[in-house]
Design a protein around this ligand. Structure first.
Ligand SMILES: [Zn+2]
Length: 308
């Protein structure tokens, strides 16, 4: 099937996280991943990333490789130049999907292959980062574009370079970390490599195309917190009229008011109404702690993890 879906590897990767919800993802796709009320600035992470890249570049330049704490990326021997611009760092797949968006860094490996690396400023999570599945797809997507779109070389390795903020050390010994009128927080490199297996891109690509091509939002994931927020949002302004969606109207018109379709649409309206009623009840019961939960999808996907 040919599709005009254009998507970045990191947005594609959201399909792989445990809290993935098809309904919320449908809304994100339709809004080109610019959901409302999203004003979180990520400038500090950009600055962190530039500092981390400078350190890595400097280490390679000095020693021709990286020290052992960067294993399994010690044999990176130089930086690969590539267009740092999503308009050029892209590749159209056979399905029609345009994958676009560039990684933080690409390196030459001593054996002549290349490595695709993304920097993540984060608290150390001991391999339990809930976004790992997303990052894996992100790296695979970048690697695919680098290898087949830009033909920069064979990607033998890809992964993350976490820089874990060890703020506990500062809290335990503040005197030691305040020097020369500055606060020095240690950031410790913690590398994580992924297998380069491009087949892993197939399932999320298929799901993203399915949702992109769908005219109406699918059922949400059970217990999706963002669906509750969405229902609450709709409930605040809802009248019965808005409960009949454009796709319902199209379906009804096309069917010539077929009684079965009519009762199906009525059922959908009833479901929406009851979802909104219960979301409204939740809102009234709630003392307003909707904002800082960890397990929603939209709320989660950019705030709690670095430059993601
Ligand atoms: Zn949802």
């Amino acid at each position: 099937m040919d599709t005009d879906l254009a998507i970045t590897p990191k947005r594609l990767g959201l399909i792989e996280i445990d809290s993935f919800c098809p309904r919320c993802y449908w809304y994100l796709l339709k809004q080109k991943f610019h959901p409302p009320f999203d004003h979180f600035g990520g400038a500090i992470f950009k600055s962190m990333e530039q500092a981390q890249m400078a350190v890595v570049g400097d280490l390679i330049e000095k020693d021709g490789s990286l020290p052992q704490e960067f294993a399994p990326f010690c044999d990176l021997v130089g930086r690969v130049q590539f267009p740092r611009n999503w308009r050029r760092f892209k590749h159209r797949l056979d399905s029609g999907v345009l994958l676009y968006g560039e990684p933080d860094d690409i390196f030459q490996v001593s054996d002549g292959s290349i490595a695709v690396i993304d920097f993540k400023t984060a608290r150390p999570k001991d391999g339990k980062d809930p976004l790992l599945g997303c990052y894996r797809i992100q790296i695979l997507g970048y690697s695919f574009i680098a290898e087949f779109g830009l033909k920069l070389g064979e990607v033998s390795r890809g992964g993350l370079l976490y820089w874990g903020a060890e703020h506990e050390k500062v809290v335990a010994d503040p005197d030691k970390y305040y020097r020369s009128k500055s606060l020095w927080i240690p950031f410790v490199p913690k590398p994580l490599a992924f297998d380069i297996d491009y087949k892993q891109l197939d399932a999320p690509l298929k799901e993203a195309v399915r949702l992109w091509e769908a005219d109406a939002p699918p059922e949400g994931a059970r217990k999706c917190k963002d669906c509750r927020r969405l229902d609450a949002l709709f409930a605040i302004e809802s009248g019965v009229r808005e409960l009949v969606t454009v796709s319902d109207q199209i379906m009804l018109n096309r069917s010539g008011n077929d009684p079965w379709i009519k009762s199906y649409v009525q059922q959908r309206i009833d479901d929406r109404l009851s979802a909104r009623r219960s979301a409204m009840t939740d809102l009234q019961d709630l003392a307003g702690d909707l904002n800082f939960e960890y397990d929603g999808m939209i709320a989660n996907w950019e705030v709690f993890h670095d430059q993601f």
